[in-house]
Design a protein around this ligand. Structure first.
Ligand code: IPM
Ligand code: MG
Length: 385
């Protein structure tokens, strides 16, 4: 089968991690008989430098023509003084809004090999954990195209007062909740709605909407937490969570918190899904999706072969699964990532603190660079054939 993929390497470490995701996709295509047609798009800081705007209209148009979009990272200090609507981050927000990918799936799992990179104690990792071993496996479903990120904003004439607004409509809340419930049905059937309904009117609408939808999913245990409490529970007992559904801003914050618990933000992949939308390839695609690691462009380590390419590769795996329905292919890439961790390979960010043995890994840890890690994943993938 043929699939078309828009690639946005972006800025900072973006291009150097993207290479490895593309190689992994090619290897998967070779083994399983798919052709991935890729087209590289200008977006982010590099687009500002080349075309004067973070998301040129041609880039968004081209992205819409594809079956899915794979994005590395955008942004950097050289563009930080630009006005809000000209910053590289606008490319990200413009792609999310333009592709209407309203549901952002951010899985956070503690892999046994990375136990030593997780800052929590065993007793905390055991708390409320039905598995009986230290760990957690949760999925944050973040609303991605609404709320305060896209609400009315402005300044008073003298510039001394500023405002941003959180606005949500019932249908916007319903569609992301539905994604959360459907995910929960395939997992441990627990869903926690995170809001600030004790203070915010928009959160009260979230809660009302969730209470109504919960009745459609009697098999799922629905719970509700205020966001401040949720932030605390995440580090007190992450094992109690299965699926968390929340607003754009709360999801942004909680997913960074959750990523630290997995060992490093360099491990977290994400999928942003819209409604059903076929691309132009004619392939039987699922939902339009934008796939990206949740970390940023890390300009401080760019070009030094230090970045962790695993979240990028895992994002490509999510694309295979959610946009193309290629479950075996996705699982094979994930298994290859698992295998290199078993071999003890670690980029600096996921090395265990102060020890040469990582968690339950069978072999001593070896610190490697971006390229060696990327190559190792390819090797593990080809060995698994
Ligand atoms: C993320 C990032 C973005 C966000 C930034 C770069 C605009 O933090 O994807 O979590 O806030 O959504
Ligand atoms: Mg963020």
């Amino acid at each position: 089968m043929n699939y078309s993929i828009a690639l946005v390497p972006g800025d900072g470490i973006g291009p150097e991690i993207m290479v490895h995701a593309v190689e992994a996709l090619e290897a998967a295509g070779d083994r399983y008989g798919h052709v991935f047609h890729t087209v590289e798009l200008d977006a982010g800081g590099c687009a500002i430098d080349r075309c004067g705007e973070p998301l040129p209209a041609e880039s968004l148009e081209a992205a819409k023509q594809c079956d899915a979009v794979l994005l590395a990272a955008v942004g950097g200090p050289q563009w930080e003084t630009l006005p809000g609507n000209l910053r590289p981050e606008r490319a990200l927000l413009g792609l999310r809004a333009g592709l209407e990918v309203y549901a952002n799936l951010r899985p956070a799992v503690l892999l046994p090999q990375l136990r030593a990179a997780c800052p929590l104690k065993d007793e905390v990792l055991m708390a409320s954990n039905s598995e009986g071993k230290p760990g957690f496996d949760l999925l944050i479903v973040r609303e991605l195209t609404g709320g305060i990120y896209f609400g009315k904003r402005g300044r008073s004439e003298d510039g001394g007062t500023a405002f941003d607004t959180e606005t949500y409509s019932r249908p916007e809340i319903e569609r992301v909740l539905r994604t959360g419930y459907e995910a929960a049905m395939t997992r441990r059937k627990k869903l926690c709605v995170v809001d600030k309904a004790n203070v915010l009117e928009s959160s009260r609408l979230w809660r009302e909407t969730a209470q109504a939808m919960a009745e459609e999913y009697p098999a799922v245990e629905t719970s509700y937490l205020y966001v401040d409490n949720a932030a605390m529970q995440l580090i007190r007992a992450p094992g109690r969570f299965d699926v968390i559904v929340t607003s754009n801003l709360f999801g942004d914050i909680l997913s960074d918190e959750a990523s630290v618990l997995t060992g490093s933000i360099g491990m977290l992949a994400s999928a942003s899904l819209g409604a059903q939308a076929p691309g132009s390839s004619g392939a039987p695609v699922g939902r339009m999706g934008l796939y990206e690691p949740i970390h940023g462009s890390a300009p401080d380590i760019a070009g030094q072969d230090l970045a962790n390419p695993l979240a990028m590769i895992l994002s490509a795996a999510m694309m295979l699964r959610y946009s193309f329905g290629l479950e075996a292919e996705a699982a094979a890439l994930e298994a290859a990532v698992n295998a290199v961790l078993d071999q003890g390979l670690r980029t600096a960010d996921i090395a265990s603190r102060g020890g040469s043995r990582g968690g339950n890994a069978a072999l001593p840890e070896k610190i490697v660079g971006t390229r060696e890690m990327g190559r190792a994943v390819l090797n593990a993938f080809s060995l698994s054939a």
